[in-house]
Ligand binder design. Structure first.
Ligand SMILES: [Zn+2]
Length: 361
């Protein structure tokens, strides 16, 4: 592969290095596209809801060590001001990119969700969509996805609005029936937040939100392959039904990811990280401490799929799901030189962002 000015210039046999090229020898390693995490709240002690550029920069630096080259900092259900502060901080980081992984834009998780499926989203801020408010969220042009409950009448206009602004319209924290979800797909809904977690379950006479997410081909289905949120067999089921071109590996990680067990914060709530799980005081799962490199190793283990397919679910498929596959997600001429070098057992050896090596094991 030949890289020039941060872009992939050529790939394949017959590509030769010019005299002034720096040569990186990757023999014995897998050369893969950099991982893309479209749903991640925080890591290494930082949280998107801190609303600061320092928080985004801290996340970016940590993600590079896990093979992630771009990500969508993800907000929580919160006040208008708090969400807007995060949207602005991400926008600033897109103008002046921090060292490490690049923020692609925001994934708004809430606040327009179903209160009965709130999970760890703070209930006092759950509300129906309001055009004046969401237009402000979208005003800086950097929203890449918004998770909402499409069965709520006020939220329906937002589906086509989000798509018209280039963002994914995402079902999540929802109890939509199969029929309601199918209607929402007609309006443009095309993505699902952490499939099975905090969504109406699958029942043989009521296929529910989960049934719709699994069966409606338009929907990209996120899933958390940490072995805690989903049984390994359910990860296999999602991948078999959606296929590697619709199944999207995410982490949904929170600030405690990459940190020792202990107490952390998620959008102002106390959370406990213990034995690979993150919970509120009442035991509710509250995001994960998964990293995307581990997710890919887990998917390989849980599904037995070829390595290239497991990697695609953390690269090209997420990039497509949020509309950035013209520059991210695969190693093709003209795309950004976001590359990860992996050992045959999928451990990260080095990470390159826009042609610069930002991490070496
Ligand atoms: Zn989340």
């Amino acid at each position: 592969m030949l890289i020039e000015d941060g872009k992939i210039a050529a790939v394949g046999p017959g590509v030769s290095a010019g005299e002034r090229c720096e040569v990186i020898d990757a023999s014995g390693l897998i050369v893969a596209p950099g991982y893309v995490d479209v749903h991640v709240h925080g890591s290494a002690g930082h949280d998107t809801m801190d609303g600061t550029t320092e928080a985004i920069a801290g996340m970016a630096k940590f993600f590079a060590t896990r093979g992630v080259t771009s990500f969508c900092p993800t907000t929580l259900t919160a006040s208008r001001e708090a969400i807007m502060a995060s949207v602005k901080a991400v926008h600033e980081c897109q103008q002046n990119p921090p060292e490490g992984a690049r923020p692609l834009g925001v994934h708004l998780e809430g606040p327009y969700i179903e209160v009965g499926k709130k999970g760890a989203q703070p209930e006092q801020y759950v509300r129906p969509a309001e055009a004046d408010e969401y237009r402000e969220f979208f005003s800086l042009g950097n929203i890449k996805a918004i998770t909402l409950a499409p069965e709520i009448e006020e939220n329906k206009d937002l589906i086509s609005f989000a798509r018209s602004r280039g963002a994914a319209a995402v079902v999540g924290h929802s109890d939509a029936s199969y029929e309601q979800l199918a209607e929402a797909v007609k309006l443009g809904l095309n993505h699902a937040t952490h499939t099975f977690n905090q969504m109406g379950p699958l029942h043989h006479r009521k296929p529910g939100t989960v049934g719709g997410v699994l069966l409606l081909d338009e929907i990209y289905a996120e899933f958390i392959a940490d072995g805690v949120h989903l049984h390994p067999a359910i990860v296999d089921l999602i991948v078999r039904l959606k296929g590697p071109d619709r199944a999207v590996a995410i982490t949904d990680a929170i600030s405690g990811a990459g940190m020792p067990d202990g107490e952390y914060e998620l959008g102002g709530q106390k959370i406990v990280v213990k034995d690979g799980a993150v919970r509120l005081a009442d035991g509710t799962l509250a995001g994960s401490c998964l990293t995307l490199d581990r997710a890919v190793r887990n998917i390989a283990k849980f599904t037995g799929r070829p390595v290239a397919e497991c990697i695609r679910m953390a690269t090209l498929t997420p990039a497509r799901s949020i509309g950035v596959a013209d520059r991210k997600g695969s190693l093709e001429p003209g795309k950004d030189a976001d590359v990860v070098l992996l050992t045959p057992d999928l451990e990260v050896k080095a990470t390159m962002v826009m042609g610069e090596v930002v991490y070496q094991a």
